[in-house]
Design a binder for this molecule. Sequence first.
Ligand code: HEM
Ligand SMILES: *[C@@H]1O[C@H](CO)[C@@H](O)[C@H](O)[C@H]1NC(C)=O
Ligand SMILES: *[C@@H]1O[C@H](CO)[C@@H](O)[C@H](O)[C@H]1NC(C)=O
Length: 482
Amino acid sequence: METTLFFALLLLLLISLVVLQTRRSRPPNRRLPPGSLGLPMIGQSFSLLKALRANNDQEWFKERIKKYGSISKLTLFGHPTVFLHGQAANKFIYTCDGNTLANKMPPSLSRILGKKIIVELNGEDHKRVRAAILTFLRPEVLKLYAEKMDKEIRNHLDDHWRGKHEVEVMPVLKVLTFNVICSLVLGLEGGPIRAKLLSLFQEMTRGLLSVPINLPLTQFNRSINASARLKTVVMDLIREKKTVLEKNQAQSHQDLISHLITIQNENPKSTSDDEIVDNVVGLMFGGYDATSSLISFMIKLLAEHPSVYDAVVKEQDGIARNKDLGECLKWEELMNMKYTWRVAMEVLRLTPPFFGSFRRAIKDIEYGGYIIPKGWQVMWVSSMTHMDANIFPEPSQFNPSRFNEQTTTPPYSLVPFGGGPRICPGGEFAKMETLTMIHYLVTQFTWKLSLKDNSFRRDPMPIFNHGLPILIFPREQDHAMI
Ligand code: HEM
Ligand SMILES: *[C@@H]1O[C@H](CO)[C@@H](O)[C@H](O)[C@H]1NC(C)=O
Ligand SMILES: *[C@@H]1O[C@H](CO)[C@@H](O)[C@H](O)[C@H]1NC(C)=O
């Protein structure tokens, strides 16, 4: 508490100077959106964090809208901010060019994750690194990895599910999604290095939302240390791969790192080693929490909705029946799991891993009759359209068949993967992983929720307060697998 107060006062002092400076240079008569900026730097940050931790964020946003209308200003995480939401706001953000709105993470995040991580890059650098990552993540290439994904998931079920009565879903799925990234991105299919990476990675992420004071014994200090050690391991792996690749060209499509090194050899300007390292960490970060959140919530909602569960089992059993025992799922089969993917989309509509995101105004922007001043932060809560009754009738109902009718969802209204030039490049990867996991789960097990209270908080991704323990039962051989 005391450190928080000290920190708050320090920031207050520093920032009032900055604010005074900007006030002076601000021309009069600008139509700023309504709302109070509150205390410099801090403003409404703690109030929003508290709402997120209580899973009350949607109410918090609605409260604001009731008070100030659909656009308002506030201060969040050190910056004066304009809050936006709605279909038009989503469209505005996703169609804005990089000279108007840029990505900028809070300094504590970029200090821990790295300055060359894709979410921190803009303009040409962003295009170049994104193109390199997409050469691996685009469907035509990704489909070559369906078998590797399949193998990872079956190993995971053997190690963490088979023979158990109870499984704590969320922590176990985080191990799965981390291992899958290690396998497909780093080419690490197990062993002590992978275990070490997981513990360093978890130590690193613990500090992302911590107070950014780099003194011994602070979580921030431990996280920077873990990040540096993690990157040393990844850099060693890159060197190792380079040696292997020099000897044997045939291995160039084994994993993302080899892939990036091959591109680097063909075009030295594509990505530097430092960029590869930072972006491998970025992919771990992007690929780990969000996908484990999706699969965990899917497991919960399937347990609570027997008719949806039965329909998923029917689809998956149909696919299993046409396969030999032990045969891997093929890309085409994954793409045929249409109903199961609708269920996943409905899960993403109701509990999107990202409730929204942040950008920074590069110049004064006019939007909705107001000015968003240069240098201000923009927070748009993309997921609010997911709960708009005009777009999704009875929005709080879990109802995957709302996507059955061929009627397409209006544009910019269902956006769990974002949109525009920064749309999630890992969408197909997440789809492949989720569908493969659900296939093996429903064809081999049935499950029941252990607890009545499966509440969750946002940190900022949704996390079950009690980890989502479930009771699992192996399915009879006669109606699974055969
Ligand atoms: C269900 C799973 C996932 C969801 C819901 C999700 C969602 C998102 C969203 C909403 C964004 C855009 C954020 C913004 O506009 O500020 C994003 C960006 C990104 N995601 Fe994902 N993601 C998922 C899985 C993955 C996976 C598996 C990977 C990697 C294998 C990944 C890698 C990335 C990267 C690298 C970016 C940054 C793209 C850029 O800035 O150009 N994501 N994701
Ligand atoms: C942790 O804090 C100490 C003392 O300020 C500093 O010397 C050290 O470099 C910090 N560790 C990291 C990883 O930044
Ligand atoms: C991390 O901390 C350990 C001891 O706690 C220290 O030996 C090591 O040098 C630190 N590494 C970095 C990169 O700061």
